[in-house]
Design a protein around this ligand. Structure first.
Ligand SMILES: [Fe+2]
Length: 225
């Protein structure tokens, strides 16, 4: 299948002054578009052509992995922002309080991790196989799918995400980014995770996308069932 660039879920001026229209024109219009174009060119006439994006990420390496993961990561990042103020759902807040003590402590931990990541990469909030929240720091194109974890939220700390607006001041970008998190999107990822868990079928067909997803979450092998 051919992948297409997602439309931004907001007007390019909407996130100003946190993120400018010019940054979005480059970040979404040039960088994100290039990852989509590269991926389509690289998987054409290969075994990856018929796979879903998450499957390509788990099964590939090198250039195909880098471009597939960057498409996934940027899709997640752009959908995870909005101008309107929002709050974590009650359910998500309960988990944050359980695993990080408070929303404020979580914020501090998340932003400190993002500030100190060396070089280019992504900071994620993810759920591990036991349903515990984790802050994960991933270099380059890596993401929590590689650990069998479920991503809920991400922040892009590649310089192309902030250099036009903040030059080298990553911490200033992060401070502003925190104010435009789309908590409805983040909370929805938790709902989806719980729904997939509760609907886990007893007998899996390993060609089934949901089954593969659950297998990854649980690190189990259903190939003989
Ligand atoms: Fe980026």
């Amino acid at each position: 299948m051919a992948y297409t660039l997602i439309n931004l879920p907001f007007d390019k001026h909407t996130l100003e002054p946190a993120i400018s229209a010019e940054t979005l024109e480059y970040h979404h219009g040039k960088h994100h578009q290039a990852y989509v174009n590269n991926l389509n060119a690289l998987i054409k006439n290969t075994k990856f052509e018929t796979l879903y994006l998450d499957e390509i990420i788990r099964q590939s390496d090198g250039a195909i992995f880098n471009n597939a993961a960057q498409v996934f990561n940027h899709d997640f990042y752009f959908q995870g922002m909005q101008r309107e103020e929002s709050q974590p759902s009650e359910e998500l807040l309960e988990l944050i309080n359980r695993d990080f003590a408070s929303l404020e402590a979580f914020k501090e931990h998340f932003l400190a991790t993002a500030t100190t990541l060396f070089g280019s990469g992504w900071i994620w909030l993810a759920l591990d196989e036991s349903g515990n929240l984790r802050i994960e720091s991933h270099s380059n194109a890596s993401n929590p799918l590689l650990n069998g974890h479920t991503p809920l939220m991400t922040c892009d700390v590649w310089e192309h995400a902030y250099y036009i607006d903040y030059r080298n001041a990553r911490a200033d970008y992060l401070k502003q980014w925190w104010e435009i998190i789309n908590w409805e999107f983040v909370s929805q990822q938790l709902i989806d995770f719980n729904e997939k868990r509760s609907s886990h079928p007893n007998v899996c067909n390993d060609n089934d996308e949901l089954c593969n997803y659950i297998d990854t979450l649980e690190q189990t092998d259903h190939s003989n069932t």
